[in-house]
Write a protein that binds this ligand. Sequence first.
Ligand code: SAH
Ligand code: SF4
Length: 406
Amino acid sequence: MYAPMMPASDAAAAPLAAPSPLPSLAGLDREKLALALAAIGVGEREVKMRVNQLWHWIYLRGATDFAEMTNVSKHLRATLAEHYSLARPEIVVEQVSQDGTRKWLLRLPAETPGERPHEVEAVYIPERDRGTLCVSSQVGCTLNCSFCHTGTQRLVRNLTAAEIVAQVLVARDRLGDYPGRERAVGPGLPTEGERLVTNIVFMGMGEPLYAYESVAEAIEILSDGDGLGLGKRRITVSTSGVVPEIERLGREVGPMLAISLHAVRDELRDVLVPINKKYPLAELLEACRTYPAASNAKRITFEYVMLKGVNDSPADAKALVRLLKGVPAKINLIPFNPWPGTKYECSDWETIEKFSDIVFQAGYASPVRTPRGRDILAACGQLKSETEKLSARERLALRAMAAAAE
Ligand code: SAH
Ligand code: SF4
């Protein structure tokens, strides 16, 4: 099931855009676009129509230059270009795995003067009939799940909604995924359907429900039918279990939900996913049972990382099935991705199969997630920004560990 290890290649398809000193309108919601237009003197009666035009060009057409906006008056285009840009976060590194997975390391401009610029990663995972973009919601993560590399990162700040949306724009820019653009070609890319980015998962760096406001606003922008048009059924928020915010997310926003479960006993989950001490399993499962969007057609995904000798016994599998009774659920078994310094190992393949069989017999689809993009360190839990640079030795160790797990 493992993707073969192959050397990464740095992509050099199209030149990368230079950062702009002007504030960018790319990633803003309608309200903020209206404010930006008002600030350069666009009259109240005209604003709504102009916002709709900008929306169309930025999100539907992927414009990166106001000059492209042919139905906007020349005068307004010039004024816009004087005060604003459509710049995306700077791409520091772009890597393309041999399996088609792509990873971008993005530099976010400092939010306050003097602040060091932060870096986050976004990962594109293509399949035959879909393309999933895994986006980050925070720089680093304040939760210290003991098996996760991101949790070891010190620097943390929430991304803004615009910074989340911009990750999607970058991916679509680089893939040529807008009407009329030249689509990227290469091994592993979807061959069915019109679009290359069809799904979004909040499974990159950070705990999305700790960046609730940004994530909620970003989902509204992404799912807008006149723009990016990524419906809420194609957007999944993955959480370690911030119970009060799960309820709020369901009520206010309504995307698909994924829960990083990883253990079926409080005692063990307290260690693996320490937020469990605050919101134990019973409360978490209750929040899932009452999640408004959940139904048979909109099952909640339960992620379960397979850790050798820790949570992978047949008894654990049976307890998992019992625990999820009454919840419309899918179970996603994730082979553990090792990182330098971790004390965990990935379960043996036979153990994973046995576990998966028990879950399957109980009537759950239980796909084992094939690790993708291992050659570019893009797999789960390996996202760690360059701000906290891995030493060359750590990188080598990581590659070697990944290879050993093949
Ligand atoms: N903070 C959120 C979303 C980001 S983590 C959350 O925890 O749900 C995305 C997924 O990757 C989670 O299910 C997480 O538990 C899993 N993960 C983290 N580190 C991993 C590792 N080293 N190997 C495999 N999966 C990992
Ligand atoms: Fe944070 Fe998720 Fe990693 Fe836990 S698994 S440390 S919540 S990113």
